[in-house]
Design a protein around this ligand. Sequence first.
Ligand code: GLU
Length: 427
Amino acid sequence: MRPIIPDYLAEALGDVEPDASGEPAAYIPELAAADPERLAAAFATVDGRVYGAGDVDVPFTIQSISKPFVYALALADRGFDPVLARVGVEPSGEAFNEISLESGSGRPLNPMINAGAITVHSLVGPERCAPADRVERVIRGLSAFAGRQLTVDRQVYASEMATAHRNLAIAHMLRSHDMLTEDARTVVEGYTEQCSVLVTTRDLALMAATLANRGVNPLSGETVVSETVVRQVLSVMFSCGMYDAAGDWATQVGIPAKSGVAGGLIGTLPGRIGIATFSPRLDRHGNSVRGVSLFERFSSDMGLHVMDVPSAGQAVVRSNHVLGSGTDALRVLELQGGIDFAGAERVVRAALETAPPEARVAVDLTRVHAIDDVARRMVLEVARRLTLDGQEVYLVDPETMLPDPDPGEGGRVTVVRTVEEAAPTPS
Ligand code: GLU
């Protein structure tokens, strides 16, 4: 059988290929020289499968796509409060290199614009970290997200530093507000090295998949940052990742994303996949023209908008029926799928609001494949309240979805492996 997903990706690339609008970034001379025809797309699943089409192994510099990952490293190294004190989380609605800071405090509005990203770079590693050690930590961290050792493109670095007047101006302004506490030029040098790290589209898909996979690289299994850090990073990517096009992006594509001026673009579907595209021509916002078209297409073809309403929640209670009759009758609530708060609310309703008259109730988890913490607590509370109402509660749990179920004070459950163990024996 021909591979379905690479074929789909190749077809999508073929559709956007004729669009030659936009220009490669010109303000970094070395980037202006990039081959504008390069085109690639890759998907990486949270269990480490990578599908790609086009120039997926061609290296280019990561540029601003480093920002969310380095923000993650700063949050991991310093904790939330010190980072939030220096860099906000509000969308700026302005261009990436706007010289804008929050009035009064001088705090950059978010970590995705250059002012925020330059400050964030200075917050990686321990306090009073030597600049070279910090760059080392940044490269090591980005490499851990990608699952392989990454290196810096010295030519792009030198080219950007030679024309980094705007970023230097931003850094000096940050220094004057004490948002930077170190030499402004040294921080810009470190930040520019960070932007000059070479990646491929395949690397970027895996980096995005590491965010999708709660901070665990799907190939190496390494936990790069915690789940709490990932949530913060994805939230900021969602509201601020696409610069002054963030609102259009959130509504039309609806995938937390980040673009870079070398033409890369990543998107993360939490718990599902990491996506990356590469095409150097940029639109007026600094986002890859063909990359944006590809993401629009992926989102609508595959229903990837994060605000799309999942269909699963409603069907958590697969059936609600009675076995046997009389005093022996057993009410069976058969659950299925993954259970979260909304699913557990259905269970609460089925079990409590309809107040089953039977003296014995079985909650059957045989077809449940996942149950999150709030749902676990809610199911156990259902068991406790049924016990308090004088009912005998069974948990049919052959796969131990609820280990050591303790319904709390006054509650009692009997764990069985099959409904038959609790069902009345036919007379
Ligand atoms: N190194 C670039 C800069 O700071 C990154 C900008 C981007 O990729 O959007 O200007």
